[in-house]
Design a protein. Structure first.
Length: 254
């Protein structure tokens, strides 16, 4: 019906009708700009040599649209484009050309067709000697895990699943941002003081709490989800004593 109306309004001129529909999409997008987009899909793609990977999150308003074939297909095409062109930022991806049009314009077209707010909400890329992807929960979360060398696919997937499940903030203690450490230490000291402990003990106790934070929040120190009797570090050593996790990216809906 929208196409019929566009042709009537454009006196049968096909090109003008396309312009009409695109403008309609922009109007729909403007009307729904204040809507929340907590649904959508997260798509992962890696290069044939496993040295590069990208994650794209295309968000929408409802689960119904997130399962729409056109919506998922479009998300996949944007992800493939990002990988092929080695795009380095979300802004660059929005302005990249897909079938002769900017990705942002393509999104407006999709908004006009589907009638929901749709946004390209997250984009992450990762490079490493070996990159492994993982998608969890019907495209609701995506992970890229980078390694210093190739390891068996099932072992790489185990590490990626660990990242998905436990949401570490860094690979290890040395990679935790300084501001995060300072904040956690300050919180720990205030907790110790609130417990009525002597001030001279506060620093020592706070460091103990900080070490616990590192064990819970950094990937290599965490208990391995498939075997809590060993850490992720121990699991990796059982696979290959020389392999290291070089980095990771984790994108989730909402």
């Amino acid at each position: 019906m929208d196409c019929r109306k566009a042709l009537i309004e454009s006196n049968g001129d096909f090109e003008k009708a396309i312009d009409y529909l695109r403008k309609h999409g922009q109007k729909v997008a403007a009307k729904r700009s204040d809507r929340e987009t907590k649904e959508g899909v997260v798509i992962a793609e890696i290069s044939d040599d496993h040295k590069k990977g990208v994650l794209v999150c295309l968000s929408c308003e409802t689960d119904f649209v997130a399962k729409n074939e056109d919506f998922v297909s479009f998300a996949r095409s944007v992800t493939r484009l990002a990988l092929k062109q080695d795009i380095d930022s979300l802004e660059a991806l929005q302005h990249a050309q897909l079938d002769g049009e900017n990705v942002s314009d393509k999104i407006n077209d999709l908004v006009g067709k589907i009638g929901e707010k749709i946004t390209l909400s997250r984009y992450e890329r990762l490079e490493a000697p070996f990159v492994a992807p993982y998608i969890h929960g019907n495209y609701r979360m995506g992970v890229l895990a980078g390694f210093s060398k190739q390891i068996p696919d099932d072992a790489a997937k185990d590490i990626a699943m660990q990242i998905a499940a436990m949401n570490p903030i860094a690979v290890d203690q040395d990679n935790v941002p300084a501001d995060v450490i300072a904040r956690e230490k300050e919180i720990a000291i205030e907790q110790v003081k609130a417990e009525g402990k002597p001030a001279e003990m506060a620093e020592k106790i706070a460091m103990g709490k900080l070490n616990k934070f590192f064990k819970e929040s950094t990937l290599l120190a965490q208990p391995f989800v498939k075997d809590n009797n060993q850490t992720v570090t121990a699991y990796l050593k059982s696979i290959d004593a020389d392999v290291k996790v070089t980095g990771f990216k984790r994108v989730t809906l909402g």
